[in-house]
Design a protein around this ligand. Structure first.
Ligand SMILES: Nc1nc2c(c(=O)[nH]1)N[C@H]1C(S)=C(S)[C@@H](COP(=O)(O)O)O[C@H]1N2
Ligand SMILES: [Mo]
Length: 197
């Protein structure tokens, strides 16, 4: 329930806040299970399935163009945070280095700690999606997914995978962790795609 740190959007903010959401100035940590400890030197991102298998190290990731992103963040548990400032790498730029099988239509994101979450390729490869490694000018804290996470701003935040370490490309949808446990397969906040029932 919204407590004192959650508040209703004021009129200027209203068109940025999806139905049923409350704003927070804090940045709650939402993690199922333990926070994995991953050093950037040991971090890697593996690509497999309907794509030429490839592993990207931290230094290979750092060769992609880096940019700042300011995005709103909407958790299905009803808090939203406006104007989160990240530094990252566009997923679209990254995908130029992935050789996809033309049959690929979906991706399952895999994480250190075994969390998974699924997306259609259309939802995954959008101009505003990115890998994030800095938050408000600081290295991304472990509890928020450091050293590296994805951010998919147009969907509920459970689709933004913390401690990302794998992308499995597929020719059909395979549900991820929360999607198998009752959350919506897509999770679009403006149409309140919260649950699968
Ligand atoms: N690996 C992993 N990624 C995850 C989660 C998780 O438990 N494990 N939680 C998801 C949920 S439900 C939300 S709301 C956001 C929360 O991100 P934050 O903890 O940085 O606020 O991360 C998403 N990504
Ligand atoms: Mo969430």
């Amino acid at each position: 329930m919204p407590g004192k740190s959650f508040y209703k959007a004021n009129p200027e903010q209203r068109d940025r806040v999806p139905p049923g959401q409350y704003l927070t100035n804090g940045f709650p940590v939402l993690t199922y299970g333990q926070t994995p400890v991953v050093d950037s030197k040991a971090w890697e991102l593996r690509v497999w399935g309907l794509a030429t298998p490839k592993t990207f190290s931290w230094s290979e990731m750092m060769e992609f163009p880096q940019q700042e992103f300011t995005k709103d963040f909407h958790c299905v548990t009803r808090w939203s945070k406006l104007d989160v400032q990240w530094t990252g790498i566009k997923i679209a730029d990254f995908m130029e280095r992935v050789e996809l099988d033309p049959k690929a239509t979906h991706v399952l994101q895999h994480c250190y700690g075994d969390y998974t979450t699924n997306l259609s390729l259309e939802d995954f490869v959008r101009e505003e999606n990115f890998f994030a490694f800095r938050l408000f000018g600081e290295p991304l804290p472990a509890e928020h997914g450091g050293p590296m996470r994805t951010v998919v701003p147009h969907l509920y935040a459970w689709k933004s995978a913390k401690w990302i370490n794998g992308l499995e490309f597929r020719d059909r949808e395979e549900l991820g962790f929360w999607e198998r446990n009752g959350y919506h397969r897509r999770g679009e906040p403006w149409s309140e795609e919260r649950y699968s029932y």
